[in-house]
Design a binder for this molecule. Sequence first.
Ligand code: IVH
Length: 706
Amino acid sequence: MVFNPPPQTPLPMMIDMHKNLLSEIPVDALTREQAAVELLQLSRVLAYHDHCYYHLAAPEITDGMYDALYQRNRAIERRFPDLRRIDSPTHRVGAAPAPEFEKVKHRKPMLSLDNAFSEDDVQDFMIRIKRFLKVPEDDKIPCIVEPKIDGLSATLHYQNGQFVLGATRGDGQEGENISANLRTLRDIPLVLQGDAVPESLEIRGEVYMTKADFEALNQSRLESGENLFANPRNAAAGSLRLLDPSITAKRPLRFFAYGYESLSNRPDQTQDSILLSLKKWGFRVSPLVALCNDVNTMIYHYSVIQSERADLPYEIDGVVYKVNDLNLQARLGTVGRAPRHSIAHKFVAERAETIVDLIDIQVGRTGVLTPVAHLRPVLVGGVMVSRASLHNDDEIRRKDIRVGDTVIVQRAGDVIPQVVDVVLSKRPVDSIPFAFPETCPVCASVVVQTPGIVAKRCGGGFSCMAQAVERMRHFVSRDAFDIEGLGERHLQSFFNWGIARTPLDLFLMEENNHHVIPPLEVREGWGVKATRNLFDAINRRRHVTLDRFIYALGIPQVGHVTARVLAQHLKTIDAVMTATLDRLCALEGVGTIMATELIQFFASFDNRVLVNGLIEQVEVEPFETPVFEDSLFAGKTVVFTGTLEKLSRAEAKAQAERLGAHVASAVSRKTDYVVVGADAGKKLKQAQELALTILTEEQWIDMVSL
Ligand code: IVH
C-alpha cells in the first residue's frame, strides 16, 4: 500500500497540562462533542506525562492522578468507541490480532550501511568523501560517531505530531505495516512533544531488547517449555513481527531514534542537531555520541565505545560514522543501497575454539559447490555455532583445514561464522588433507571451473536437483518475484513430482494442472483451497519490475544492486540480453567478471528459452527511477567535459542521475546539455557545431539547486 495519512483532528492552540486535570462531568452525561474534545485533551496530557515519567525521569503528577486520567480516557472510549483516537494511550496494550501485515512502500528508501573493518577502511572512507566533494585532503569534514545498535530498523510516520504509521525495513523499498505493534513500545511517543514539529515527519531508528530483558524472557520461555531465542536481536525481531500486538505489548522492546526525514521542512542542518530535535520530540537517543573533526578522533571514539561495550545494557556491533553536515550528506548521495556519507565500523569478531567433525559439500542455485564445516557446537559471542562456510577449495587448501582439526571460529555481527585458523598443535596424527570432490554430490555430473573464478560448479544445470530447486527458491524469494507460500519443501516436491522444474513451470502450473495426474489439489499436503491460494499468489506476480526480474534469474554475481543498475540504465530485458561487454563494463559497479557472467548467462540456450518463456507469462515493468517530478533534467542526456572546479566528476554525475538524467561520455545530436569546465576541447567544439545547450559549471550548479 502507499501510505495515505488519516484525516486529522485539528490541534487546539494550547492545553494546560496541569490545571483541571480531571473533568467533573460524569462520563455518562458527556455529549459526543464534549467527549471528542476531552479525548483529544487526554491523549495530549497523558503523552506529556508519559514523557516526563519515562524519558525525563521527572514525573509532574502522582501515579494515582495518572491512573485516574487513564481510566477516564478508557471509560470515555468505551462509551464512544468510534471516537477512540489513533494516539490514545490505550493502544499501548495492543490491538486485536491481524491476519497478516500490510505492505508499505517507503517514501524514501531505507538504506543499509557499508562496513569498515579496519582503520585503513575508515581512512579510505574519508578520502573517498573528500575526493567526491573535491575538497583538499587536509580539510576537515566533521563526523558524528554513534553506537551501532544491534536490533532492527523501523520507520515511524508522524502527521501533525501524531504517530500514524510504523513499518519494518523489508527490502529497503517496501516494508510491513507494524503500527499496532510499535504503538505498544513506551519509547515511541504517540504524540510528539515540544514545539517546532514538522507537519509531516518520518523517524528512523532501531528497535532492540536489552541483554537483561532477553535473559529474563528466555528464562520464562524455558520454564514454560517454549523455544529459546538465540540472541537479543532475534528476540526483538520475533517479538516485533507478531501478528498479535497484545503479545508484543508484553515483550520488553525498546527504541533508539537516530534520524528523521521531514517532508514538510527541514529544521536541522546537522546530524547532531537532528539528535537534539529527536530528544526534544520525546525520543531516546544514544548518549554515546561524539562529534569529531578528523579520522583519528573518530577512531579514538570507536575504541572508547568498544571499551564500554561489555558494560552496556544492550548489544552493539560497531559504531556508525556520519558526515555531520546535512547539505554535504545530500551532495554525497547514495551508491547502490548505501549512502556515501556514512559507514559502519564493525568491532572485531568474537572467536572460539572447536573441532571439525565433517566437511560437507552444498550445491547452490548457480551450481557452486560450497564446502561447509560441521563443528562441535560452541558459543561464539553468545550464539551457538555448529556450522561454518569454508567458501571454496582454494580456501580449504590455503588454510589446510581437515576433518578432525581443532579450529578457531569467528563471528562478526550478523556475518556467517568463519573458520579463521587451524590449531596445528592439536591436529590428530592420522589426519589427511581434504579431497574436494570431482563430481557433484547431488547429481554426479562433472565439476567444472571457469578460469579466473575460484568457485567450482556442478555442470548439470537444471538437471541437477539442487540447482533447480535452489534457483526456484531464489526466484520466488522476497527481493525477486516474492511469491507467498512457496517454501523450499513445496518446491522440492514439485521437482520430485515433475510438476515444476524451472521458474517458468511455476507460471504454467495452473494451466497444466488438469493434465497432471493426479492434479495438485489431491496430492499430499495440498487441498482445493491451498492449490487455489498458490495459483492466486502466482497470478498476483504476473507484473514485475525489471530489476526484480533480472535479480530473480539468479545470474552469478548479479545481486539486487546490480540488477537495479542494469534496469535503470538498460531499461528493457532485451537490452540487458544483448548488451556488449563494453556497455556492461561502463555501468557503475559492473566489472569484467560480472559482465562476463551476464554474457555467458544469456548465451546459454536454456537460459534464453527460460527468459523468453517468462516474458510471455509476465509483464515486465520498467524500474522506476526516483526523480524529482518537476526536474528539468528528467530523461535528458548530459555530457560533462573539461575540468570542473567545484564538483568532482563523480558528484556531478551523481547529481545528474539523481535528477533523472542520463550521463553520456560523447557529444551527439541526442545530447541535451553539455556542461563545460576549464580547458574544454573537442567536445565543446562539437557542442557548438551542433548548437547544443552549453552550460558553465556555475550555471549547472544553479540549475540543479533550483
Ligand atoms: S544510520 C543508511 N545509525 O544499522 C542507513 N543505523 O547496517 C542509515 N543501525 O539498517 C542508518 N544503529 O538498522 C544508523 N546509530 C545508527 C544505527 C544504525 C544501528 C542499523 C540500522 C541500519 C543498519 C545498517
